[in-house]
Design a protein around this ligand. Sequence first.
Ligand code: GKE
Length: 335
Amino acid sequence: MIKNKKILVVGAGGFIAGHLIKELIKNGNFITATDIKPKEYWFQDFDTAKNFYSTDMKDIDNCRKVTDNIDYVFNMACNMGGMGFIENNKAECMQSVLINTNLLIACKEKGVKKYFFSSSACAYNKKKQEDVFIKGLKEDDAYPADPEDGYGWEKLFSERMCRHFMEDYGIQVRIARYHNIYGPYGTYDGGREKAPAALCRKVLNAKKNNNKIEVWGDGMQTRTFLYIDDCIEGTLRLFESDYSDPVNIGSDEQVSINQMIEIIENISGIKKLERIYQLDKPKGVRGRSSNNDLAKKILKWSYKIKLKNGLKKTYDWISSEVNKQGSNLSRFTKS
Ligand code: GKE
């Protein structure tokens, strides 16, 4: 367990980082938190973490300012979202490479000991994800390189940048490839949302109007989805391990989008909705799953929360948010 350390979390206003900071504070660490979004748009608030900076970490001087007297850095920052965002903002997504590169340079200058990089399943070779149900992707399946356009290339390039900073300058790096993380405080509207939250929102809306649900693609495409609590546990175990190559932090509970919609319909108690399949919408790969053999072997970690249980918590949270504030888009649309 990481305790009593001075930790910089970059991308602190985002979904995963918000949950990570909560856990790090609980374990008695001193957090410096940065995000490009103004603080009122951060997904979670942390009054107990004294140092907040709303600043652009693509700028190396800003990276230098916040890495003074820091033990560990978690780089959770990138301009991203679900397929609806990354398919239409490739140049924007690629620029996140500036955050990781400048942050590593600053860490090297300031003598930061250990560095975490949040990579993604989008780093995997697309050609290995062309069938609906595929064998879980193993870490070596990222090569030969053919990642998701834009966002996936940034993640793969930044993984290698981390590796070379370790080889050449000795900074310890830890790299997780996240497989579609979902849960409360995740974006559920405004264009950056991923499928679990988007479909929860759509089922909620369908209850209020025409009992129809718009689905991107034919609904046969498959994914695995990891609940946020499992993600944080796996992330902290990886960080505390001595393993510096990329590791899958994901689930191997592979479902089609149609199957996920059925799970959400059962959670909501609504009768079966009429599916409207939008074949022109962003679809990403045809099939994806995470092979967790390496995480089990080196981290003694695997996910615990089954999709139906995680979706129940997510659906209930989104429902309460929508009822509380209408759709609280303001927090999710400010970039
Ligand atoms: N976002 C969204 N919204 N996706 C939908 C919807 C909808 O209303 N309806 C169906 N889908 C389908 C998409 O067409 C895609 O085939 C699948 O759900 C998953 O979409 P997603 O969650 O937006 O994103 P992907 O899993 O394809 O890719 C994401 O993977 C993550 C890592 O696993 C990336 O967008 C990143 O968020 C990240 O790299």
